[in-house]
Design a binder for this molecule. Sequence first.
Ligand code: ADP
Length: 571
Amino acid sequence: MKRSRSIVGVAVVVSSIVLVGAGVMAHRAIEQLSAAGDAVVRAKEIELDYVRLLSTIRDAETGQRGYLLTNDADYLAPYEAALRDLEERINTVTVHVRDDGGKVEDLIPLQNFLKRKLEELARTVQLNRAGQHDAAIAVVQSDEGRELMDDIRAFVGTRVREQQASVTNLQALQSNALSDSVRTSIVVSALAILLTMLLVYIVRRDSGKLRESENRLAITLRSIGDAVIATDERGVVTMTNPVAEKLTGWPRADAVGKPLDEVFRIVNEQTRVPVESPVAKVLREGGIVGLANHTVLIRRDAQETAIEDSGAPILDDSGHTTGVVLVFRDATTERASKKALHEADRRKDEFLATLAHELRNPLAPIRQAASTAAHRSATPEQVQWSLGVIQRQVAHMARLLDDLLDVSRITRGRLEVRPARVALKTIVDAAVEIAQPALNAGKHQLSVELPAEPVDLNVDALRIAQVFGNLLTNAAKYTQTGGQIRLVAERAEKDVLIRVIDNGIGLAADDLPRIFEMFTQVSASADRPNTGLGIGLALSRALVELHGGAIEAKSAGPGQGSEFIVRLALA
Ligand code: ADP
């Protein structure tokens, strides 16, 4: 497009130069034509002057001859008339010669000839009047008059020929000027036709290219994954693409011509305060601007979408802002995952605090027991008691550290299970043994209900026992003293469902989906001790899933007991 503009520019400059040249040439040709025309007129006039002069002097001579031959005074009338006219004729030719730029002095010989001729005529007329007819005839016959007349004729003849030659020259000049102007007008017309053809060609080609590039742009904008809205410099929508139509809820036909603020309504996610119009911001800052964070787009039907957006000025060739283009996209998923990341980070911090606490807790009884046992006056019973405390606390710490190691293995994908055929009863017995201290501590009653016929599983017995050990320990931990805890297993087609049911503090519906997440603990309250690391259930779910099983929690609500259901495939 730029190239064709420069072609047009060059064409215009060249043709302007040619046209100006042609104009100057035409002007000159016209001037020459008119000057030549004037000169021709003057030359013809001078030629005529000479011819008239000659005929006047001839008239005078004819009158004189008639008078001398006939002695009739009537013949003197044309003679005298000629004498009267002659002076005027001489004046006229003098003036015309001077006007034509000729030399008046050149006429002196003619004037002399005429003067002498007139004297000769006047002498003969006077002699005849005086009755000296013969003397007058003798003058005529002397040849003096004839010779003078020949001189006059020769002079006039020469001048007339000169004038005729100059007329011929002038006419040649005229015809040259005429053909020059004809040539000039042919060149000018041809140039005008060429220029018109060139312009028509370029305009056609450019409009074709423009249409093509507009089409391409429209297709590109339609195919783009982001939403695009363009406005003019007043912020009136000029274009939207399908993604923008979807996100704003405004079909393009409705949006175009509307102020942007109406189509693209954005508020701050937290404060709900309308965000500054992107057009104003772009026009003020002049460059590409990222718009405010935490922006929510309110659709035409009032539905809200979290968006990320940016705006940029649309500049024309000369760098003037002719509008603004906004590019934005649905940031719901992105914002949710950012939030989740933030939440996980917060939970990890919380976990570290809990971990420090949990690891320090056993140290106080251990220190106490050790000093009791080490005392000189310690009785054997006291030493025995101290050893028991130390063993229990060390076992507790070992369990914590084992769980931690498991967590780290799970997060690194390194936890391995070694499945083998094993009876469900074996696993349940091992789990009860793990949970026994907690069950005893809470003085709970445990009932185990297994299917009458033996059930075999293909699992890593230690790991699955660890899962049920966890569930039974939790049931014991989160149930008031003297609670009822049940472990019920039943077959369901190719699976076995094992439920751990308690009549403890229960769980709120909101907490049910969260408790299987790593480092998640339900906030502590009067009847909910916070004595774990928040990793037991996450570990249990990971272990169950490693065996291709599933785990879920149910509770009718706080104070209504809980139920954890594990589904595992039969061997
Ligand atoms: P913790 O180490 O805190 O016990 P878990 O991952 O084992 O961590 O459990 C997560 C949370 O789920 C606990 O903080 C607890 O509040 C809740 N919870 C687990 N089991 C029960 C249950 N049987 N009854 C009520 N709440 C429970």
